[in-house]
Design a protein around this ligand. Structure first.
Ligand SMILES: [Zn+2]
Length: 341
């Protein structure tokens, strides 16, 4: 038997085994899903910066002599595994949790992760320091709207316990800190994915944790009920593009600013440029159809997301292509009618 045939046969056998194995995984997957957070992926992006995937939304964390700054805490179910993953990297205490939105896959671990840490503000600290009141856990920082959503309207039961709530909030476009030898900028992205979005830029590490305005697996979720809008979404993507720097003029190098999306893989500036262009093209198509007087159903029927649905779209689940088109239609309509007034 010529060697090449043998290799070929071997390849076929290997292929058959692979198919059998994947079938087995599928069957096992149906029987017992591993609990969220039990198989986290921890990636070192920079000497003092890491990313955790697999516990809800992507998590970024910076380590250094001042302690650990964590961006997002993942889902509630993954919190113990996230804390263990951080402790494996460093013995330093967690000082800050910064939330990119109030979504449960980004704030679900807040209470546990903050409690596992220790506030920078030790001592008596004076009256009114919420971190002391909470027993000295890490501070939780977010845009003001995140606290509003997590605490709920007064007189009604809160969706989250008080120890999960942000202890520091801000409302201005930019909040900054200087920890672990680097400037950390937190940008408030108004009315994008929701009305409480933030992206966090670690200036020396050159990493941006983007939150759910950027999702490499799907069309961005524009949560209209929570104050999201297409114009704010595109502005947030533009802000990411403007903040990041690609590897130029030496384009062959794998360098440049790293962007951690809310979900999906690590990206560079050019990936965000492509994603922004995709969202903008679909927005423009819908705007043109609306100018022709088409109804929402007619706009959906015209498939304005064509060309992108295979990569980003979905016909089922919590965020379908039609949901995306509808969110653009609704919030575009708002800005068109506001202009007309
Ligand atoms: Zn998310």
């Amino acid at each position: 038997m010529p060697l090449s045939t043998g290799w070929c046969a071997l390849g076929r056998i290997a292929g058959a085994i692979a198919i059998a194995a994947s079938a087995l995984v599928t069957v096992i997957g149906l029987v017992a899903q591993p609990p969220p957070g039990s198989n986290l992926e921890v990636l070192q992006l920079r000497p003092n910066f890491y990313m955790i995937a697999g516990a809800g939304g992507n998590i970024g964390f910076q380590v250094g002599m001042d302690g650990v700054v964590v961006v997002d805490s993942g889902s509630a179910a993954g919190a113990d595994a996230v804390i263990a993953a951080i402790k494996k990297v460093t013995a330093q205490p967690i000082r800050y949790v910064i939330n990119t939105s109030a979504d449960p896959d980004h704030v679900g671990g807040n209470a546990k992760v903050a409690k596992a840490g220790q506030t920078l503000f030790t001592g008596n600290g004076g009256a009114g320091l919420a971190t002391n009141f909470l027993g000295g856990g890490a501070s939780i920082l977010s845009v003001e709207q995140v606290l509003t959503r997590m605490s709920g309207p007064s007189g009604k039961p809160s969706p989250y316990p008080v120890d999960a709530w942000p202890t520091e909030t801000f409302n201005q476009p930019r909040k900054y800190m200087y920890l672990n030898d680097e400037g950390i900028e937190v940008y408030h992205e108004a009315a994008a994915h929701t009305d409480g979005d933030a992206m966090v830029f670690f200036r020396r590490s050159d990493v941006i944790v983007a939150g759910d305005v950027f999702d490499t697996r799907a069309f961005p979720v524009i949560d209209v009920a929570k104050g999201g809008s297409i114009q704010g979404e595109i502005a947030a993507l533009q802000k990411l593009v403007d903040t990041a720097i690609p590897s130029v003029p030496i384009v062959s190098r794998e360098e440049g600013t790293l962007i951690v999306p809310g979900h999906g893989r690590i990206c560079d500036q050019l990936d965000v440029v492509d994603y922004r262009d995709m969202v903008t093209i679909i927005r423009d198509r819908i705007r043109d159809l609306m100018k022709q007087g088409l109804t929402l159903e007619q706009v959906k029927a015209a498939s304005p997301a064509r060309g992108y649905t295979r990569r980003y779209g979905s016909d089922s689940g919590s965020w379908t292509t039609n949901d995306f088109v509808e969110a653009i239609y609704q919030t575009m309509g708002r800005s068109i009618s506001e202009k007309a007034q």
